[in-house]
Design a protein around this ligand. Structure first.
Ligand code: SF4
Length: 373
């Protein structure tokens, strides 16, 4: 901790911001704020905070908590089960690397696409949806499924090729896309135990949906909100802005990441997404059904939809494994170290729960960036 503080003090900008944060935290403590909880939505912000030791710089009354910003962590387990089965039945399953080790709902046997590959299933990692298109085109007699996991950041990567009609017929998509503002609304409405005084809103997502998408946080819930970039200085500035708004009792939306994020976002991407996907209520792993939070193929694109082609229902089943506290970690109610399995049964090389799989998962980030405060 001492060494981290010394490093930050060598840089006049970070030193200045930390001094201001400390001053504001002191003022707020005098006003009765013994604990100020600031939630970062995005897994990459959590990585910056943990990797660069930002928690250890915070005054005692400031707690930085991780939020639901890991799409792999909340992807329903029954999707993985279905893809494992299909990989054994003649389909080629194409997945991003961070979903490859995601466990399904089964406790024993083949638990992930990675396991399926070992047991003879045809599962492969791709770096992009365009890779999936190329693989499917090269093997026209075989059916392929792309596992589309992500938030609004990755939705355009499938929406644009579908819209441009360049996706071959033998490539189906399991759309696991989930939308970020609805989960924040759900958290604030349905989980009163998750106390949040300020929000660091996601930078990458906001580049697509626009910073204005987060206006509801200050306007409806009085929560100071800052859309921030991913450098330590960005995060420190966001914390300072939140404390400053709290001190002045003027909750607003501030866009700190103006070098990337526009108020209206990426207008073209949003237009294409609205044509290819329709928004419906959707299940989040271990959390439940969140209103208007899922991106599902609209009618014109159903010929590429996996569930539609199989003629089966997308029906969630219990998908949090015994002992795993991932839903509470995802909603900022628990920390990874509150889970008795953390770094015992559940490790980055052998993940038991979904929050230990992706580099955006809070448990994985904490596991790889110890020591912790
Ligand atoms: Fe779940 Fe593993 Fe995290 Fe525990 S450490 S909450 S088992 S992902």
């Amino acid at each position: 901790e001492k060494k981290i503080k010394e490093l930050y003090e060598k840089n006049s900008i970070s030193k200045d911001i930390i001094t201001k944060i400390t001053g504001k935290a002191h003022v707020l403590k005098k006003k009765g704020y013994d604990t100020i909880k600031i939630m970062n939505f995005c897994g990459t912000h959590e990585w910056t905070i943990t990797h660069y030791g930002i928690r250890s710089l915070m005054p005692d009354n400031i707690e930085l908590i991780a939020g639901p910003g890991c799409p792999v962590c909340i992807t329903p387990g029954h999707y993985v089960d279905l893809l494992i089965d299909l990989s054994m039945e003649g389909y080629t399953i194409l997945s991003y690397g961070d979903s490859y080790k995601l466990p399904g709902t089964r406790l024993r046997g083949i638990r992930s696409l990675f396991d399926a590959r070992i047991h003879g299933g045809d599962t492969r990692i791709v770096y992009s949806f365009l890779d999936a298109i190329l693989i499917a085109r090269r093997n026209p007699s075989r059916k392929h499924v792309f596992f589309a996991v992500g938030f609004e950041t990755t939705m355009p990567s499938t929406a644009v090729p579908l819209y441009n009609k360049v996706v071959p017929e033998n490539l189906l998509i399991l759309s696991a896309y989930r939308l970020t503002p609805p989960i924040m609304k759900y958290l604030l409405e349905e989980k009163p135990e998750a106390v949040i005084h300020g929000v660091i809103a996601p930078g990458h997502v906001s580049a697509v949906i626009g910073s204005n998408s987060w206006k509801f946080l200050p306007e409806k819930y009085n929560i100071p909100t800052v859309v921030a970039g991913f450098e330590p200085i960005d995060v420190l500035l966001a914390i300072y802005y939140i404390l400053d708004m709290m001190d002045k009792n003027e909750p607003k939306l501030i866009n700190e990441y103006t070098r990337v994020v526009k108020p209206e976002g990426n207008v073209f991407a949003k237009k294409v997404m609205s044509k290819v996907y329709e928004v419906r209520d959707a299940y989040w792993r271990g959390i439940g059904v969140v209103p208007k939070s899922g991106g599902y193929h609209s009618r014109d694109y159903l010929k590429h939809d996996l569930y539609y082609n199989l003629g089966i229902e997308d029906k969630p089943i219990k998908d949090i494994l015994p002992g795993c506290k991932c839903p509470e970690v995802t909603l900022g109610i628990s920390k990874p170290t509150d889970c008795p399995l953390f770094m015992k049964t559940c490790t980055p090389s052998n993940p038991y729960g979904p929050c230990m799989v992706s580099s955006e998962g809070t448990c994985r980030i904490w596991a790889e960036n110890l020591p912790l405060k």
